[in-house]
Design a binder for this molecule. Sequence first.
Ligand SMILES: Cc1cc2nc3c(=O)[nH]c(=O)nc-3n(C[C@H](O)[C@H](O)[C@H](O)COP(=O)(O)OP(=O)(O)OC[C@H]3O[C@@H](n4cnc5c(N)ncnc54)[C@H](O)[C@@H]3O)c2cc1C
Length: 523
Amino acid sequence: MTDRTRESQGAMSRRSFFLAGSATAGALSAPWIPARARSADAPPPDAAELLKVQTQRALRWAGKPPADWVRSREGVDHNVVIVGGGQSGLGIAYGLRRKGIGRVSVIDRCEPGQAGIWRSIARMHQLRSSKMLPGPGLGNPELVFRAWYETLNGAAAFDALDRIPRLVWADYLSWFEQVTEAAVRYRTRLLGIEPAGDILRLHLESDGAQRTETTHKLVLANGFKGAGGVSVPAVLRGLPAGLWSHTDSPLDFTRLSGKVVGVIGAGASAFDAAATALEQGAKEVHLYTRRPYVDYPAPGSTQPPGPPGDRGHATVLELAGELPDEVRWRDWRARENSVATVPLDSLARAVDLKNFHLHLASELTDVAAGRGGVTARLSGKKLRFDHVIAGTGYRVDLSAQPELAAIQPDIALWKDRYRPPAGEEDSVMGLYPYLGSGFQFLPQQDARAEHLRNIHCFNIAASASFGTLVGDIPSVPQQSRLVGAITRDFLLDGVDLVQSRRWAQTPLVPPNPAPYQRALSPG
Ligand SMILES: Cc1cc2nc3c(=O)[nH]c(=O)nc-3n(C[C@H](O)[C@H](O)[C@H](O)COP(=O)(O)OP(=O)(O)OC[C@H]3O[C@@H](n4cnc5c(N)ncnc54)[C@H](O)[C@@H]3O)c2cc1C
């Protein structure tokens, strides 16, 4: 938020401030309405066929993915297993394929078509990030969102989009999965990881049956919840399930029809949940935040606030992990401690609804089950809710992630590797893993757990090591760094010195001179 915005905010009452914000957002003319409905540039009737031809041509021009060159090892089922078939897992799988790394298996615990968050717990109308981000595609222009969308809907339709509608992004990812032949194994959940020498034995549950498989490398592309779960405010922890939920859980909002709902937190997901509840008939929704204001992007800006342009800039994002510890620590800490930014349209969606009530600088206390719902106090005043929703984000604590139980004690964390300057200590951030530059876990100095280097962590826990959020769409360019690291490890692991020496020392045998014999001059 700019200083100017803060000044103007200070000069307005809270209510008029948000009404003014909603008027600005209203002027955006319902940007989540599919652009095609508003666009004069209708797509050609054979758009789907055009897309197919264009994609096949692009893949043909890119050339067949190289054959698998990775040295196979006795008793190892996979070169790489990727946990998570969301946008990160799909992008990384495609990157490995283009490097000639075969026997890559992507697993996802959910049903086909349901990977990621977009059709389940994300509730906004349109993405929070800019439509101009390339996303997955590996520099292949025909595979990026814009090519897909414009081919199906016309160029003017893309121009007319404010940001990408959420479900359209989900459709795009399904298409990307199909054309890159990711072959995700659905209904397959990682339960545990067991080191077996320098390889990994994975305990899986597949279609209800338990099994083990071995892999040389493991990639954790398991999402924001994949490094410790959701963050739950202490006041809610003792409540019986059913009286409260987290925005990260699927929730049948029609159950809240006619009910009084409390929402804790003032990030974008908290506002989306509040609006969804009211749209599904909730009687009243009260949103509580300890902060004295709600942050939102300056109208017209496409860039989220971030570190200075020489750090974390989109064009050099893949180099973010090269920055000194001190800079990465400070960058991520600043981001974590900043007020979450709520897109103006998400803010307006809730604020425009009559029975939405925003409580700034407010902290619920004495939260308990009672009077057929949840009772609480706010500044001494008694309150009652039928249901409370926590919009309080995620936490990083590898000791709380069940599948990491057997290996987690040996993983180096920031608190093991870095002493921040006085005044910049942060015990929460100290729990983030201290990753290598290829996103791999590192063993603690005194542990001999070299197998950890074969586990690459591409989820929210990687954010401290790269000073910037990992897993969102802006972080897609960083996937190439992980792919490069895995490729390098396989290349070096496969070096056969004996064979190399034998090859170099093999005497050259001159070929049959017949093709040039006729032109040979004596002497
Ligand atoms: C509500 C919300 C809205 C967001 N909006 C935006 C946005 O607009 N723009 C943006 O850039 N970013 C956004 N993000 C951030 C980020 O882009 C998303 O979280 C995105 O889904 C991350 O993609 P991913 O592939 O890393 O993880 P996910 O999409 O979460 O996919 C992880 C997959 O791993 C699977 N999985 C997890 N554990 C296991 C296991 N043990 N075994 C097998 N499978 C497993 C899950 O089933 C899931 O399909 C948002 C995040 C949230 C939470």
